[in-house]
Design a protein around this ligand. Structure first.
Ligand SMILES: C[S@@+](CC[C@H](N)C(=O)[O-])C[C@H]1O[C@@H](n2cnc3c(N)ncnc32)[C@H](O)[C@@H]1O
Length: 227
């Protein structure tokens, strides 16, 4: 990458970092969600929202602010999330059945919006990181299959790679509209993109009593084999 491009990216990174500090957002990532909402109209007043991979809580702050007093926001993360007024948090791994159950029980109803900014630990091997990121997306889809309302929305982050196409196919089988977007606040060096899916078709909703160890998530059929 050219030196000038790198310089521009670093300035942009620093700009959002400073802005987050100034406005008391817990992460620079807050601006990505604000920009996505401003462009795609994700939140409505009073909405119920699930946020996967929510620590340290920047997206939770944005979601709570945008759904207002009557809205419900529940965040899940492997890591501790500092308490946030009006927001419920769960510490757990969403790939584990026990966390999925806890989320469904704690949420206690259907969600209007599922968010996932989950990212795997970056191991340095690009295709492995991409595969893990796609796998996390499929757990976000599994959450949708369990608690997303008909016509609900999903915003999910993914690292780009050759399984993006099959992932989009999975989403297109469940949502009326699926769009790939890179918000300005995403670093240009980063391979991440966000997939904004709207109009959940809901026919696959799985009931809590049907969740078992064997039935953890929908099968993902990548063109080059399963992940
Ligand atoms: C980029 S950070 C999220 C930042 C957050 N959106 C914010 O604005 O503060 C990604 C998060 O995904 C979480 N994560 C990764 N895998 C997870 C899993 N299997 N279950 C729950 N959280 C996970 C990580 O612990 C990490 O905190």
């Amino acid at each position: 990458m050219a030196l000038h491009d790198r310089w521009v990216q670093e300035r942009k990174h620093e700009h959002y970092y400073k802005l987050a500090k100034k406005l008391k957002y817990r992460s620079r990532a807050s601006f990505k969600l604000m920009q996505i909402d401003d462009r795609f109209g994700i939140f409505r007043d009073g909405d119920s929202v699930v946020d996967l991979g929510a620590s340290p809580g920047g997206w939770l702050q944005v979601a709570k602010g945008r759904v207002g007093e009557k809205g419900k926001v529940v965040g899940v993360d492997l890591r501790y999330i500092r308490p946030l007024e009006g927001v419920t948090t769960i510490i757990g791994d969403i790939t584990e059945d026990s966390t999925m159950r806890k989320l469904i029980e704690t949420f206690g109803g259907k969600a209007d919006v599922v968010l996932s900014d989950m990212a795997p630990n970056i191991g340095g091997n690009y295709s492995t990181d991409h595969a893990r990121s796609v796998d996390l997306c499929m757990y976000a889809v599994a959450v949708c299959d369990r608690i997303l309302k008909k016509e609900g929305k999903l915003v999910v982050k993914v690292f780009m790679g050759d399984m993006l196409g099959p992932l989009l196919d999975e989403l297109e089988s469940r949502f009326k509209s699926v769009k790939v977007h890179s918000p300005d606040a995403s670093r240009e060096t980063s391979s991440e993109v966000y997939i904004i899916s709207k109009g959940f078709l809901s026919s696959r909703n799985v009931k809590l009593k049907d969740i078992s160890e064997e039935e953890k998530k929908p099968e993902f059929r990548a063109k080059g084999g399963n992940i």
